[in-house]
Design a protein around this ligand. Sequence first.
Ligand code: M6R
Length: 621
Amino acid sequence: MCGIVGYIGKLGDGGRAQDVIMGGLARLEYRGYDSAGIAVAGSDPERVATAKRAGKLAVLADALADNPIADGPAGIGHTRWATHGPPTDANAHPHLAAGGRIAIIHNGIIENHNALRNELAGQGIDFLSDTDTEVAGHLLGSLVESGLSLPDAMRAATKRLEGAFTLLAVDAHDPHTVVGARRNSPLVVGLGEGENFLGSDVVAFIEHTRTALELGQDEVVVMTADTVTVTDVNGEIVERESYHVDWDSAAAEKGGFDTFMDKEIHDQPAAVADTLRGRLDEQGRLKLDEGIVDDYILKSVDKIIIIACGTAAYAGQVARYAIEHWTRVPVEVELAHEFRYRDPIVSVKTLVVAVSQSGETMDTIMAVRHAQQQGATVIGIVNAQGSTIAREADAVLYTRAGPEIAVASTKAFLAQITAGYLLGIYLAELRGNKFPDEIDALLRELDAIPAKIQHVLDTADPIRDVARSMADERTVLFLGRHVGFPVAMEGALKLKELAYIHAEGFAAGELKHGPIALVEQDQPVFVVVPSPRGRESLHAKVLSNVQEVRARGARTLVIAEEGDTEAADHAAHVFYVPSAPVLMTPLLSVIPLQIFALELAAAKGYDVDQPRNLAKSVTVE
Ligand code: M6R
């Protein structure tokens, strides 16, 4: 939650911090859009210039157009997802301290803010906001006023703060320096020529540089236009390797689509193809991207636990069917925030697979740490290069979906399933569950998927038309069985997130155990029908479910395999997807559901890229 940007350039003709920061905030707005603000140092030696507004970034941009603030070489900017205090101008970041000399922005939650607030109030400090951030700002300000430099004050403040935070600050007395610190919250440095950048993730600065370095836990970065120094909280220098960012800046643009989400839905053939590309070594065995997990460990694994949240957890549920089927190792899928509180049975023979687009979801990070403390080996399936989960896992299999900007996850879901399948195939080969020709056949099946996804996209007009006609619906139900079950839940999640319509995904077999009571005349019910070429009984059973809800008045919207005329017989609307082996079908059947949610939300006039109350990555527990 919250996007943060920092910039330091040369003083030159006044500096260009504002342009760079507003551009970075526009790219990070998906992380939070309750309010936005900017602070620039350099024009006034006593006071940092700030502007901040409740509402989206556009409100701040308008305010700056009406009442410009002086530009300068050093600046910080923030786009907020509110935790402490409602989204008002006063609670927007930056917050000022030391009489306006220091400005601070923050992502995360400071857990001991109450105690610190009382302590600082006792020193006569007045607070202007409800935020924990302002507390950190005044702590920093009081340390600076006691004579410490901003970098030293930041290190001292970091020692006193508890919780999760990324902090950036500038000092009007030293407009040649930007300082940042992080604990349990992301911060990436972008290395430029005569200028340097900070961001919650690399999209904040990839239009300026694709050379980045990550900050570790409890590290402080001090940037000037020509230098970047990383230390621990005691001031000891920490050497950090820079890396090249694979994403290009065009990947973070809309590319001719009206919304990022529509663009990202259309990126899906490439997201799957790229996730598959170049995975095999000379012996034809899967390669992980980073870190090493000994084959000996993977051979001895007796249980796999997939941990994730939201859409990533549904991807994990899909992957479970395949990994269990191919490896015969028991696979559990658990929401990361439930995992560590139920005292799970984890041992050195447990392989934990952490699935996360951002690699920064706090619940998943904490679950990873818990699993590692119990001796488990952790493999991350992560999209964001260099993110916390990517760094902390024992090994990483990157999904190569490119930046996913829309809050609702689409291409990451498909890429996560693909990566999960690759891991399953790897384990099946390593453990001798499949013969090489069976492995080849599975890889060929996966290779065929991107073209089939393209076909679904090219023939999506009927689902778009139906979605637009359903803008007034109040409840939509989704049914699926086997791999269609997580697809149904993902379809329901998309509709809730985007169109604010009550939607529930059920296991089709559960229908008669309760949910069928919800069905009344004209109730829309999506049903993900399995291939008739799979287990015949499965197809027949789901078709029975279609008939059961139809008999009670439901309007059935059926996702079925091309040529399945039997499914069409029971459907008010049928949407066909190309034929594929059963375990591959989620990569196709979810797409009409994504498009349905997108189109229906757009018909209602909602912002599909930035749905209300949400933020792209949930970096607080
Ligand atoms: O970055 P992560 O994959 O860890 O995020 C997990 C969930 O927060 C995320 O998938 C969320 O459910 C999406 N908004 C769903 O569209």
